[in-house]
Design a protein around this ligand. Structure first.
Ligand code: HEC
Length: 105
């Protein structure tokens, strides 16, 4: 019995490590338009746009939710909300996972 418990907890913890948040590959496919401002790997080449590479996935998800819900305000926040209009919660998790896994600058 104990062996069974140990084995199942190992299986669960290893999948948790492999996929901590969303699906990074899907996230890349779901965010083709973002590269114009945030770069192909989340390194922005414009000082007005934030780098996303290597940022915490949960923070990225929360920030995108905040844009969508109108909790982040201002002209650029409104623009970001528009960018995210077509993405649902699962999409946001995948996109967050993709940028979180990119190499920071
Ligand atoms: C036209 C340029 C532009 C495009 C396209 C764009 N963004 Fe942004 N993004 C910005 C700017 C500017 C901000 C900062 C806005 C603010 O809060 O003032 C931002 C902020 C963010 C943040 C929050 C970063 C942080 O550190 O808080 C995330 C996450 C993000 N964008 C993801 C995306 C995703 C995903 C897409 C594609 C679906 C996208 N952006 C498309 C310009 C852009």
């Amino acid at each position: 019995m104990l062996r069974f418990v140990l084995l199942t907890s190992l299986i669960f913890s290893s999948t948790a490590i492999a996929k901590p948040f969303g699906d990074s590959d899907k996230g890349q496919q779901k965010s083709p338009s973002c590269i114009y401002c945030h770069g192909a790997t989340g390194i922005s080449n414009n000082d007005s746009y934030p780098h996303l590479a290597g940022q915490n996935a949960k923070y990225l998800y929360d920030s995108m939710k905040a844009y969508k819900e109108g909790l982040r305000r201002g002209p650029l926040a409104d623009m970001m909300a528009a960018q995210l209009r077509m993405l649902n919660d699962d999409d946001l998790r995948d996109v967050a996972a993709f940028y979180a896994q990119q190499q920071p600058r």
